[in-house]
Design a protein around this ligand. Structure first.
Ligand code: PSU
Ligand code: MN
Length: 307
């Protein structure tokens, strides 16, 4: 079986991968479930531009009509953004079913990593990853993103994780699974809306070239699994921790009261936090995605020079 049976790589992306040029993957659940329309479409298009401005080729990933796609057209991005949560959120367990049924799907961090790896893309930029949810001791709610980081060879550049998660347990899980967690220019795990969380990361790395070297070494050693790069939100867009933490606590209380569970939990909490904080958290969210895209692109450029 050739992977082309299921996977469409956009010509520009295929050419770049083949030539060893820098490419950065992007996810689509952030478009459909992570932000409201029309800001989601605007952000998805701008983020591709940020990647180009920093010397790499963007490949936004999704499933359209049962085809795995690495590189979307403008119309496809517009469609995912407009349809929003009407598009199925596809994590690892959903992927074969959605393909077999010929359906559309927005890819999470986990499935974006899977498809990026199939397409030969080594670096992926997003906002926040899924992780161990608060109360996971009872609910067992641990995002498939963490398991994917344990096994799939893609580096994920994010702004840490939202405090809707249990951040200490998320770090423990990543340690158990052998996933390097790197702070970009920091020794602290950023908490998405804020630059600090009070938790330490394993290592601080300060340049894209050093990041690229770590990725290169891991691949050369044949060690499977990803690397998590946590890049703090730019100071001027970071939020007041008191405001954001209060919103998160309220969102979690409401999710519990409503009995929200499974794959609905993360989208529900994201939407609730946004509603409580008004537009502020959305602005921060958009800016940190651009910041991560720029770092991912610059790292991809450095990685493309390594032999
Ligand atoms: N966290 C965010 N924004 C997001 C997501 C998480 O701050 O958009 C999305 C990502 O696609 C992530 C997914 O992979 O939610 C995790 O969902 P779950 O917890 O159901 O695995
Ligand atoms: Mn979950």
């Amino acid at each position: 079986m050739k992977i082309e049976k299921y996977l469409d790589i956009a010509p520009e992306v295929a050419e770049a991968v083949k030539a060893g040029k820098p490419v950065v993957a992007l996810e689509s659940t952030i478009i459909s479930h992570g932000m409201p329309y029309p800001q989601n479409v605007e952000t998805a298009l701008n983020v591709e531009k940020v990647i180009r401005d920093n010397g790499a080729i963007p490949a936004t990933i999704a499933i359209i009509g049962g085809r795995l796609k690495a590189g979307l057209s403008r119309d496809e991005i517009e469609y995912l953004g407009k349809t929003g949560s009407g598009v199925t959120k596809v994590s690892r367990r959903d992927l074969p079913v959605i393909v077999a049924k010929g359906m559309d799907g927005a890819t999470t961090v986990a499935t974006t990593m899977i498809i990026a790896a199939m397409a030969g893309i080594k670096i992926f930029a997003t906002g926040g990853i899924g992780g161990v949810h608060r109360g996971a001791q009872q609910t067992f709610d641990i995002s498939a993103d963490l398991e994917e980081l344990a096994m799939t060879n893609v580096t994920v550049v994010c702004a840490g994780a939202k405090a809707i998660l249990d951040l200490p347990l998320t770090l423990e899980y990543l340690e158990t699974k052998g996933v390097p967690v790197i702070g970009y220019g920091t020794k602290e795990l950023p908490a998405f809306y804020t630059r600090t969380s009070g938790l330490s990361v394993d290592y601080e790395i300060d340049t894209p070239a050093e990041l690229a070297k770590t990725i290169f070494v891991k691949h050369e050693l044949g060690m499977n699994g990803g690397i998590l790069v946590t890049n703090p939100i730019p100071e001027k867009y970071s939020m007041d921790p008191k405001v954001i933490n209060k919103a998160i606590d309220e969102a979690i209380a409401e999710a519990n009261a409503k009995g929200i569970k499974g794959k609905e939990t993360t989208p529900f909490l994201l939407a609730k936090v946004k509603e409580i904080t008004g537009g502020d958290s959305l602005d921060s969210n958009i800016q940190l995605v651009y910041n991560n895209a720029a770092l991912a692109a610059r790292t991809a450029v450095e990685l493309s020079k390594m032999k």
